[in-house]
Design a protein around this ligand. Structure first.
Ligand SMILES: Nc1nc2c(ncn2[C@@H]2O[C@H](COP(=O)(O)OP(=O)(O)OP(=O)(O)O)[C@@H](O)[C@H]2O)c(=O)[nH]1
Ligand SMILES: [Mg+2]
Length: 296
């Protein structure tokens, strides 16, 4: 009998380098939300990939940056706590940005990690060969980095090779999760994240960083064809609330419509989404509110 291999793989890197995009691409479904804004991911998010006789359990993590509040501290901890408990760390850098100071800080931290590290240069669709070569050269100076791979998480270049490399680090082990389970994130959290993603995409500047989404209730109607979802968007200021709602409710309507499409896909039913906006000043420094919003 052929043995079964499995392993946990943590995805680490600076904000906005494409960690969540890469995990979603490999899993083949959007589990972890993505936006053009840094600090999109706030929690450790699991995504399961099943191959022939093996299973990879990815942990997408928040981008590593200096925390500005308790939420930031929580996010950094969520990323760092994966460093010693996984079979492999994928360290992602953004080809279009190169190795910046913030990346050097991550590299410094990774030198002390117990798990092996493979470096991944992402977004190679945006640069020339020469530019990627330069980044690879810098990464190869680090002896803890086992190898360097180049990918585009947007168009899939290099992903097959990357998965083959990951396979080499799997160990004889159990199938941790049933093959139809792609994440351990509860449905209500996925719904909340989908709404938060739309606020990141549609709202400007700092506003979405102060947003937390709570799902109050999800209920499927008797005929099973419609799901009612009630959500609250928490923001930090009265002025932000006005912007989130928009003129005559136009912005909230946009957020709701776009989120509803994603939630319908998730639920496989029609969705009736009701969103309210409330102010909770300074919630990103309140441990109790953070807990209520799923950051614990
Ligand atoms: N051109 C290009 N853009 C990419 C690629 N991968 C990701 N992006 C874009 O980069 C942005 C950030 O992607 P995310 O996946 O949210 O990045 P992240 O590293 O998870 O970010 P945080 O969660 O904030 O740490 C999004 O606008 C993506 O569409 C890529 O291979 N090529
Ligand atoms: Mg992310």
């Amino acid at each position: 009998m052929e043995s079964f291999k499995s392993g946990f793989v943590s995805i680490i890197g600076s904000p906005n380098v494409g960690k969540s995009t890469m995990m979603n691409y490999i899993i083949g479904q959007k589990i972890s939300i993505v936006s053009h804004k840094a600090q999109t991911t706030r929690n450790k998010i699991m995504g399961v990939y099943n191959g022939k006789n093996y299973q990879i359990v990815f942990l997408d993590t928040p981008g590593i940056t200096t925390p500005k509040n308790k939420l930031g501290e929580y996010m950094l901890k969520a990323a760092y706590e994966t460093l010693n408990e996984v079979e492999l760390i994928l360290y992602l850098v953004d080809a279009s940005k190169g190795i910046q100071e913030k990346d050097e800080a991550v590299i410094k931290k990774l030198r002390t990690a117990k798990s092996p590290v493979v470096a991944v240069i992402n977004k190679i669709d945006t640069v020339s060969m020469g530019e990627s070569d330069e980044i690879e050269e810098r990464l190869r100076q680090e002896t803890f980095i086992k190898c360097v791979q180049r990918i585009s998480a947007l168009n899939g270049t290099g992903i097959d090779n990357l998965v083959k490399t990951i396979e080499k680090y799997l160990v004889d082990g159990p199938q941790y999760f049933p093959s139809d389970m792609i994440t351990d994130m509860p449905e209500r959290n996925i719904c909340a994240e989908m709404i938060r993603e739309k606020t990141l995409i549609l709202l400007k500047d700092e506003i979405p960083h102060g947003i937390g989404v709570d799902i109050e209730k999800i209920s499927v109607r008797d005929d099973g064809r419609i799901t009612d979802v009630w959500a609250i968007i928490y923001c930090e200021r009265e002025s932000h609330k006005g912007i989130i709602i928009g003129k005559g409710g136009s912005m909230l309507k946009k957020i709701g419509t776009e989120a509803r499409h994603d939630i319908e896909w998730l639920m496989g039913t029609q969705v009736n989404l009701t969103i309210h906006v409330k102010v909770k000043e300074g919630w990103r420094n309140s441990l109790s509110t953070m807990r209520e919003l799923g950051y614990e």
